[in-house]
Design a protein around this ligand. Structure first.
Ligand code: UDX
Ligand code: UDX
Length: 458
């Protein structure tokens, strides 16, 4: 029986919450405390209505909570008891000062490091779970090990690769777990302690160990490569629309090349989520700060292509709807940045909403899980916005529907009934290519998929 290990996680968000729930579930010898400054969030983690929607999360939390998984706001006590401290506080893009719009805002991370220092009464392993710029661990090392009390803190990088909507599956069966540390005896010991936790359920050969800087940079690089694939196929979608090629056929044809592979080749209105923009812009900022201008421009173009794809989607709506949407009711099907999550951070739907409002459309937003977040995101926008959970009611009286999120629900609606309630001519802009376009056309819709020739009656 392994000896009992006390694990603390600071930050009970989309990453910290599910990750700790799975560690507690799979490591009966670990006592896992999750703390957060946000008391409402902690109360929700302790209730039947968890603060985030994630398939499978309720079951995992249900099994471990109260046994070896605890949620609280008592950060000080949590720090004192812990052997291993995961830090999973948010690191948004800076909105002010030097590096605004690109660099990561590390104020919460640094504040947390100082809290650890203030309340620790023994040596600790501190694990970076938040995505951080390369070499942040060095700054953390300096802050933590500047103490005069002889305490020793070992900083380890263990970046998270889970995707929202499949977080529990990604945690239970990860492609790999990456753990980076200093290659000193105490660094290697800390690395081993973290690896031993994961080894309770992850095969050892999938636990990759590296130096600290490789681990930090790998997270940014993985997200940059994934986003680059989407921007690449989205750039080709524009070419498909003018050449009568079909982007799904092109994606299938190239994806069957085993060197390329099939995933992350789905053309869309644009990628969103809390990581892709932030991490690429961070990579850009780091490259610039080392004087690597070409590297910076190269990766920046992945984000620029995404902005362009979002704009292009709205321009196409305008052009096909007789160059005006002023006063027209437009139903957005979906507001989450992808299906199976209520998260709306950086969602393409928000960019589309802003532009439609600028053109004075009446925007009706529908989504099965994301309307609470949509309300917060749109409250300062002004203009004519409605939130309507029922897609039939959202589309009633509309001139157009735009599919923003690939929820299964939208594939099985009764589009005959929907068409009967809409203004004519009726338009559907399928920003996710999930609907049966030919059938919608036959029903009477004018159909505009991404990267395919439109099917139109007008
Ligand atoms: C995480 C990582 O932190 C981010 O770097 C990564 O790129 C994506 O995933 P996420 O879990 O999605 O972020 O963030 P969020 O849901 O905002 O959770 C962060 C939590 O930390 C919040 O609940 C916040 O209240 C808490 N927090 C923040 C603290 O407890 N203390 C602080 O000082 C700051
Ligand atoms: C991503 C990474 O996948 C994950 O490893 C990392 O830890 C955090 O960032 P996430 O943001 O949850 O995860 O979502 P992801 O599934 O990667 O999708 C990001 C965006 O790309 C979504 O808006 C999605 O709809 C879009 N997307 C994805 C496409 O447009 N086309 C695709 O083929 C795949």
């Amino acid at each position: 029986m392994p000896t009992l290990v006390n694990v603390l996680c600071i930050g009970a968000g989309y990453v910290g919450g599910p990750t700790m729930a799975v560690i507690a579930d799979r490591c009966p010898h670990a006592r896992v405390n999750v703390v957060d400054v946000n008391a409402a969030r902690i109360a929700a983690w302790n209730s039947d209505s968890l603060p985030i929607f994630e398939p499978g999360l309720d079951e995992v939390v249900g099994r471990a909570r109260g046994r070896n998984l605890f949620f609280s706001t008592d950060i000080e006590c949590g720090i004192r008891d812990a052997d291993i401290i995961f830090v999973s506080v948010n690191t948004p893009t800076k909105t002010f000062g030097e590096g605004a719009g690109r660099a990561a805002d590390l104020q919460y991370w640094e504040k947390t490091a100082r809290q650890i220092l203030a309340h620790a009464d023994g040596d600790k392993v501190v694990v970076e779970k938040s995505t951080l710029p390369v070499r942040t661990a060095q700054a953390m090392d300096r802050i933590l090990n500047s103490n005069a009390r002889g305490l020793r803190f070992e900083v380890v990088s263990n970046p998270e690769f889970l995707a929202e909507g499949t977080a529990i599956q990604d945690l239970l069966q990860p492609d790999r777990v990456l753990i980076g540390s200093h290659e000193t005896p105490s660094g290697l010991r800390a690395r081993r302690a973290v690896a031993d936790l994961y080894a309770s359920w992850v095969p050892r050969e999938r636990i990759i160990q590296s130096n600290l800087w490789s681990a930090e940079l790998s997270k940014l690089t993985a997200n940059a490569f994934l986003a680059q694939r989407i921007s690449s196929i989205n750039s080709i979608s524009a070419l498909c629309e003018v050449t009568e090629a079909d982007v799904d056929e092109v994606a299938y044809a190239i994806g069957t090349d085993s060197r390329i592979g099939p995933r992350f080749l789905k053309a869309s209105v644009g990628f969103g989520g809390s990581c892709f923009h932030k991490d690429i812009l961070n990579l850009v900022y780091i490259a610039e700060s080392y004087g690597l201008t070409e590297v910076a421009r190269y990766w920046e173009s992945v984000v620029r292509m995404n902005d362009w794809q979002e704009n292009r989607f709205v321009r196409r709506m305008l052009a096909s709807m007789f160059n005006t949407v002023a006063g027209k009711r437009i139903a957005l099907f979906g507001f989450a940045f992808k299906a199976n999550t209520g998260d709306t951070r950086e969602s393409a739907a928000l960019a589309v909403t802003r532009q439609l409002l600028a053109d004075r459309a009446h925007v009706v937003i529908s989504d099965p899980k994301a309307l609470d977040n949509a309300r917060i995101d749109t409250e300062s926008l002004g203009g004519h916005i409605e939130l309507e959970p029922d897609p039939y009611r959202a589309a009633s009286g509309a001139h157009a529907i735009a599919v923003m999120t690939e929820w299964d629900l939208y594939k099985t609606l009764d589009y005959g009934r929907i068409l009967a309630s809409m203004e004519r001519p009726a338009f559907i802009f399928d920003g996710r290519n999930i609907l049966d376009h030919q059938r919608l056309f036959e029903l009477g819709f004018n159909v505009f998929p991404i990267g395919k020739t439109p099917l139109r009656h007008v």
